[in-house]
Structures are given as C-alpha cells and as structure tokens.
Design a protein around this ligand. Structure first.
Ligand code: GLU
Length: 389
C-alpha cells in the first residue's frame, strides 16, 4: 500500500508539475464498436482536456486513428496489422480517416469553446532545423492562445523512408519540440508488465520506472496484431527518448471515459517513466555540444543585462553580426568587449540579422519587410555561458 502510495505520489507530482503536456491517443480509442468514430469517448476526453486547460496547462494532442477510421472505406480488413497494409492503401485510408478523426476532436472541444487546429507533420519537419523552428513556432502560437493542436503524421504523403512510422515516437518528438514536461500515452494497456499480461496470468504491473534498463526493454513485446502500430517495444523506445531529454512519460489505458481525470485522481493504474535529467540540462547539451556555431553576434550592455536576467535577444541590442548562417543555425553571442555570453539558435538568417541590428521590431517589419518573431535568439533557444544548471 505504501509503495502504491509512493508511486501514485510520483505520478501526481509529474502531472501537477507539468506545464506543457503532450497526450498521445492510440487508434483503438478513436474507433467505436461500429468501426465509426467513437464520439462518446471524444466527448469525455474533451471534458478532461478542458479541466487540464483550467489548471493552466498547455496541451498538444498527437492522435493516431487516421488509418483506422479510413479502413472500412478502403475495404481493408480490421485484422490486418498496419505493417502489412500496402503503403498506397494505408495512405489512401489515412486521407479518408484523418478528416473524421480531426472533426471528432473539433466537435467535442468546440462544445467547450476550445478551438482546435490540425497539424500534420513529417519526419523532415523535425529533422531539419529551419522546419523544426517553423513547426515549433506554429505550435507555440496555437497553444499560447489555448488552441489545442491535433497532430498526426502526414501519412498520405510520407513515404517509408521519411516516416516516423509510429505515433509514440512522434509524440516524443513533438514534446521535445514544444518543450513539454510530460507525455501521456493513452493506449489499450495500463502500462508496463514484467511479462505479457495477455499470455501470463501472473504478469506483474510496474507502476514506476526510475531508470530504463535492458530488463525493461526485454519485458516489452511486439505490437499485438490489430490496429496498433507500435506495441510496448516502441513505447519503451519512446520513453528512453523522452527520459533522456528531461521529459517524463506515463503509459495508461485510455479506453475508459475520462482517463485523464482518473489519472489525476491518483487512482488509475499506469506506469510512470521518470525523466532522467533536467529539461534545461538536455537542451543545454544539445545547443552547446551538438552543433557548430555558424556566426557571432556582438551585443550592447543593455542587451547583455537582459540576457543575464533570462530574457531573449532582441535585434535592437545587436551591435554587429558576423559569419554566414541560416535560420535555425547555432550562433554565439558576445558582449562588446568580445566575451562570449551565450550560445543560441538564430531565428533569422545572417543577412537579415545584419539588416535588423539596432532596430526595433516595428521598424524592421515596416522598413525591411522582414516579418517573423520579435526575438533574434529566443531565451528558450539560448544557453548562457555562466550558468551551471
Ligand atoms: N499515423 C497513423 C494513423 O493515424 C498511426 C500511427 C500509429 O498508430 O502509431 O493511423
């Protein structure tokens, strides 16, 4: 009992601490018994999402179900696992079903006056730094106005080579992109077991994974034939990716009505994979170690002060820009005597940055016709040299 309480406490803490949450919905949840949209489930999850928003949380949904909801129209048998459906047929099914799925979220959330937006991603948006910044800015703009993005892979145009393949992976990628604290995978299984619970009556549920080990990976089987793509193996892989980036992951059964409310009540069976590092730490490593700086930005005293106070770099504080870089490239930021203050991701090209130097946002929009964000380097994309965290 004490252990259960401890586990529940860790779960509740992960949920209450999370400011931004990505909720991944599995195909089996969106499809009802009649193979059509499971509208009662959508209506119930909309209640849950409204409650989370009322707690001040930013939410993005990554939902599967495009292919599942398009199967019938395309004459694809429901027992055929997604991996065995020919690609063209799968893509056609997704083009049919994606509309129905998005529309269900839209209707259910509109009843609570919560707007939604459909966002379809391919792997290239998240691999290419410029596209990554674009996708992130779009998602940020939506969530800052409490619009819930309903994200899926752009299945009808992704080819095998450029596919995410499974939405567990896409959910973690999205979480990294929008700086989320927690990913909740709503599945048909209530978490990780030490053996397959469908085959072993003595399979033991594991509520809390402090550190993911090879043992946990061995416990996960492949996807069960049917609608799901990933299975537990892909969930563990996703959990590793999340944990090493400072993001917690929760796996729970989402089939019941209002699974998120049940999770927050502390009563629901689930597995929590704890984050292995602080988010800041992971981001800092990525920014300062993984990419080669392409340019240098020299800033004035006012801007240096703003940076130390944790604020973004605005063009007005820029004295000089050197190097040639693209939007999304890494640059170093220096004070006017040349000391390196920070490393960050530039939101503009070097050519634009040179023209914008010393100007206010309103000026560079009007005079130069440059539109975009106000910051040259956003504080979320910047690591100060002096910080130890
Ligand atoms: N993107 C696929 C769909 O909408 C689902 C992939 C997955 O189940 O992980 O059907």
């Amino acid at each position: 009992m004490t252990t259960t309480k401890t586990h529940n406490a860790a779960m509740l803490r992960a949920l209450s601490d999370a400011q931004t949450i990505v909720i991944k919905v599995g195909s089996a949840l969106v499809r009802g018994a009649d193979n059509a949209v499971n509208m009662p489930w959508f209506n119930a999850i909309a209640d849950d999402l409204r409650a989370l928003q009322a707690q001040g949380k930013r939410i993005a949904i990554v939902s599967s179900g495009g292919v599942a909801l398009g199967r019938e129209t395309l004459g694809i048998d429901f027992t055929t696992p997604p991996s065995q459906i020919p690609l063209a047929l799968k893509q056609a099914a997704s083009a049919v079903g994606q509309y129905h799925m998005y529309n269900a979220y839209h209707r259910a959330l509109a009843a609570h006056d919560i707007p939604t937006a459909q966002v379809l991603l391919t792997l290239s948006e998240t691999e290419n730094r410029r596209m990554y910044l674009n996708a992130r800015a779009t998602l940020d703009a939506l969530m800052s106005q409490n619009i819930i993005p309903i994200i899926n892979e752009n299945d009808s145009i992704s080819t095998e080579e450029i596919r995410f393949g499974d939405n567990d992976r896409l959910a973690v990628r999205t979480a990294q992109m929008i700086d989320a604290d927690c990913v909740i995978l709503l599945s048909t299984i209530d978490g990780l077991y030490d053996s397959n619970p469908h085959e072993d009556a003595n399979a033991k549920h594991i509520p809390l994974v402090e550190t993911i080990t090879a043992d946990h990976e061995a416990m996960a089987g492949d996807a069960i034939p049917g609608l799901s793509t990933g299975g537990m193996k892909s969930k563990i892989q996703a959990a590793i990716n999340a944990a090493t980036c400072g993001i917690a992951m929760i796996i729970t059964d989402g089939q019941e009505r209002s699974p998120l409310r049940a999770l927050q009540s502390g009563e629901k069976k689930a597995t929590l994979f704890k984050a292995q590092t602080s988010k800041k730490g992971a981001r800092k490593n990525w920014i300062s170690a993984h990419l080669k700086p392409m340019g240098e930005i020299l800033i004035d005293d006012g801007a240096a002060k703003a940076l130390h106070a944790g604020r973004s770099l605005l063009p007005i504080g820029v004295l000089n820009v050197s190097g040639t870089f693209e939007r999304g490239d890494i640059v170093t930021i220096h004070d006017k005597s040349g000391h390196k203050l920070a490393t960050g991701i530039s939101a503009y090209t070097s050519a634009q940055a040179k023209m914008m130097a010393g100007k206010r946002a309103s000026d560079f929009t009007e005079e130069l016709g440059i539109t975009g964000r106000d910051e040259l380097v956003h504080r979320n994309d910047m690591v100060l040299v002096q910080t130890n965290d």
